[in-house]
Design a protein around this ligand. Sequence first.
Ligand SMILES: [Zn+2]
Length: 206
Amino acid sequence: MGRVIQLQVGGFDKNFSYLVIGKTNESILIDPTGDAGIIENAIKENKTKVKLILFTHSHPDHCELAEHFSSQGIEIFFPKNEDLGKITSFDLNGMKIECIATPGHTKDSVVYIIGKNIFTGDTLFVRGVGTTAYGGDDFLLEKTLAFLFELDPTLALWPGHNYGGISSTLKEALNNSHIRPSKKTHELIKKMVEEYNLKHSTKKKF
Ligand SMILES: [Zn+2]
């Protein structure tokens, strides 16, 4: 249940936002960021009403449009630091949403399971995992990955960035989860984060 619309919104680096539309044409929006026009067009084209906004973690490149949409009176959910596996449930007119705490990339990282879909933010990409260098914890990430191996491997995985692909099964992504950002990638990310923080100097920083 839940029709997934993946939006390539640009943002910090090949970010995705997601619109998940339920039976009643009400929808949730995950990680609204990047180009607001792309998201607003998708809402319009699909004639859907967004009822709830969810975030996979608090890194600023996933929450750029939090205010933009919450100021329109849409309910908003920000995850908090929780122990691995803690579940928070939502029900949007029969569309069941499970938020599962998966700390590692950041202490407040979560995944969302909606029907046969899992939205993983920066916890797990199609190829590899997000860096723990910005508020994360390597030990927790390893525990989280072991936990994800226990979930249904056929779930469709929808990541927070296009790193190695736009989507896969959970199984395929987990098979690539040993891939860690290289030293070169780390240096590149550091540079990009510095530039991002300068550009967004009045907003939340990494
Ligand atoms: Zn992140």
